[in-house]
Design a protein around this ligand. Structure first.
Ligand code: T5A
Length: 215
């Protein structure tokens, strides 16, 4: 949990495979929270700062990112995260805002750890160095079968997938399994939602969980 000096705010991260419906649900949750009169800071990973957006470009789109080794990939995601935590997330939590992040440390645990097969110890150490003690109060994982995820991405990317979207189905099956495992390992923080339900149903379930857990 975030430390005492920033405990007045609330921090929610969204996780899940490509196309699982994170952005859709983040937009809906923000609408509900704004209606309730709270300051909302919405951000994404990799990105959310000038530096982070440059790193995002290298990680996902630029030619320089082709052939990147998993270790470099882990460290670049962590560099973007470290900047985001210190310049955006901590100040917002200190103001008492609700921070909503589209992906956070769990993405590195799952993509670079489980799917790229980097050892859990170093991945956790790098994650810890990047975030300090700023853990989300609630992590929403939206789970969809890999075939659904890939079909949605194919439809959206229209033949121009980014570097990670070009990975094969076994890679994304590992991603899905690792998220489900996170839900089993960290039930106090990580809640899994069935992303094959209608957007309205998922929205209502997430809202109920947010109210229950964050008050
Ligand atoms: N990454 C990231 C790492 O490897 N390590 C890290 O540490 C971090 C931080 C980031 C990439 O970087 C990797 C993971 C990723 O590969 P990104 O561009 O930010 O990628 O994209 P994603 O996070 O993958 O998000 P997407 O935009 O692909 O998907 P969303 O946000 O999950 O899905 P959304 O809401 O855009 O919906 C996708 C489509 O599905 C429909 C929507 O209308 C849309 O068309 N949809 C539904 N359809 C039916 N039923 C529902 N319930 C639906 N909900 C949405």
């Amino acid at each position: 949990m975030p430390n005492l000096t920033i405990s007045s705010g609330r921090f929610i991260s969204f996780e899940g495979s490509e196309g699982s419906g994170k952005s859709t649900q983040i937009t809906r949750l923000i609408g509900r929270l704004r209606h309730a009169g709270r300051e909302i800071v919405s951000t994404r990973e990799p990105g959310g700062t000038d530096l982070g957006e440059r790193i995002r470009d290298i990680l996902l789109h630029k030619d320089e990112g082709q052939g990147m080794c998993p270790e470099s990939e882990l460290l670049l995601f962590a560099a973007a995260r470290a900047q985001l935590v210190r310049t955006v997330i901590i100040p917002a939590l200190q103001r008492g805002a609700i921070v909503i992040s589209d992906r956070y440390l769990d993405s590195s645990t799952v993509y670079q750890g489980a799917a790229r097969n980097l050892a859990p110890g170093p991945v956790a150490a790098v994650n810890g160095f990047a975030i300090g003690d700023v853990l989300p109060h609630l992590t929403v994982v939206i789970d969809v079968p890999t075939e659904v995820s890939l079909a949605r991405v194919r439809q959206r990317s229209a033949g121009q997938p980014d570097r990670i979207e070009r990975e094969d189905a076994p890679f994304f099956k590992k991603v899905r399994e690792a998220y489900l495992q996170l839900g089993r390992n960290w039930p106090q923080r990580v809640v899994i939602f069935d992303g094959t339900q209608s957007p309205d149903d998922i929205e209502n379930k997430i809202w109920a969980e947010v109210q229950k857990r964050l008050g």
